[in-house]
Design a protein around this ligand. Structure first.
Ligand SMILES: NC(=O)c1ccc[n+]([C@@H]2O[C@H](COP(=O)([O-])OP(=O)(O)OC[C@H]3O[C@@H](n4cnc5c(N)ncnc54)[C@H](O)[C@@H]3O)[C@@H](O)[C@H]2O)c1
Length: 324
């Protein structure tokens, strides 16, 4: 199957493109390199610099390759940036997706796996969160993802579009060769190891007064390889499970404090830390009920928190070494 991976120079896109290729898919990457890098593109996968905001660039790619399916990772991903500058989030994430879907319809490309997020739920009323729980995103980032979910639903009723929305919880870890490669890192696990390696002065824990066992927020961490497999399965099983949304998490929550302590153990280093006030819009607990993807796709997470931390630690050390 000829598959377009948008955002394939980014973290999750590059790992998934690598896995898809190993499984025999014919993969092409498109990315505008706004946050992704050429270094992250897996070997032997053709890539094109193109921007989803530019309809003609997407059309040119579809004209050249006639993709049968798309995995759509490309997007801007920072909650705080989306609050500061909602305009660019709607333009990039919503207009970009509209252009992509318009071109898919024009060229008869009918299957899409979309990178959605736990942020569509906002402050959940209960946890673990189920797919049918209320969707009330509390920041523009989450809202743009929900708009695209709605767009997919509407288009699927009118055109021959089949979609699978994967709502990821906290993606982390590395695949041995590829990992998180953001210049401006915002995610917890890389930042812990950045503090451990002295790349930043200290790791900030936001909030010590949440209603959790140690007062720090609780999150569900999912290994990027497990996440990549959810996409591969989504494509393979699309004809049976289309037009649905699935949570992708482990169903197990760890507090920020627990992750920090385990990261210290795994890196055998003390990690300098500072405790800050809660950040507005950070829910206390985010844990996925992932029973639906388990049941309908036969997907199971194969990795736990220690695997995530060990692979991320190895990756971060390699990066520091490479950039010397
Ligand atoms: N990382 C997580 O924990 C997480 C959690 C939930 C959802 N997601 C979603 O997964 C997707 C991938 O996340 P990631 O962590 O790999 O992010 P990332 O920033 O590493 O990758 C996104 C890629 O998209 C590219 N891109 C952005 N706008 C583009 C455009 N207009 N045209 C072409 N390319 C464009 C960027 O250059 C980058 O390579 C995102 O859509 C994100 O919202 C991520």
């Amino acid at each position: 199957m000829k598959v377009l991976v948008t955002g394939g120079a980014g973290y999750i896109g590059s790992v998934t493109a690598h896995q898809l290729r190993q499984e025999g898919f014919d993969v092409v990457i498109m990315d505008n390199f706004s946050s992704g890098t050429r270094k992250s593109i897996p070997q032997k996968i053709p890539y094109h610099q193109a921007d989803l905001k530019n309809l003609n660039q997407i059309r040119e790619l579809f004209r050249q390759y006639r993709f049968e399916a798309v995995i759509h990772f490309a997007g801007l991903i920072s909650v705080s940036e989306s609050v500061a500058n909602p305009w660019i989030y709607y333009e990039n994430n919503v207009l970009g997706s509209l252009n992509l879907l318009r071109t898919m319809i024009e060229y008869g490309s009918s299957k899409i796996v979309f990178s959605s997020t736990a942020a569509v739920y906002g402050n959940p009323k209960r946890t673990p969160i189920k797919e049918h729980d209320p969707k009330c995103p509390i920041n523009p980032y989450g809202k743009t993802k929900l708009v695209v979910e709605e767009l997919l639903k509407s288009l699927s009723l009118r055109y021959s579009i089949k979609y699978v929305n994967l709502r990821y919880f906290n993606a982390a870890g590395a695949d041995g060769v590829l990992g998180e490669n953001h210049a401006n890192e915002i995610h917890l696990i890389p930042l812990l190891f950045w503090a451990s390696l002295g790349k930043i002065k200290r790791f900030s824990v936001y909030g010590r007064d949440y209603p959790t066992k140690d007062g720090t927020a609780v999150r569900d961490f999912i290994h990027v390889l497990d996440l990549a497999r959810a996409h591969t399965l989504g494509l393979k099983k699309m004809n049976r499970i289309y037009n649905q949304s699935f949570n992708v998490g482990t169903g197990k929550g760890y507090s920020v404090q627990e992750v920090y302590e385990r990261a210290e153990k795994i890196s055998s280093r003390e990690i300098p830390v500072s405790y800050q006030k809660r950040r507005p819009g950070d829910p206390a607990i985010l844990i996925a009920d992932s029973s639906m993807i388990r049941k309908k796709m036969g997907w199971r997470p194969q990795y736990g928190l220690d695997d995530i931390l060990e692979s991320a630690w190895e990756w971060e050390q390699k990066r520091v070494y490479q950039s010397c």
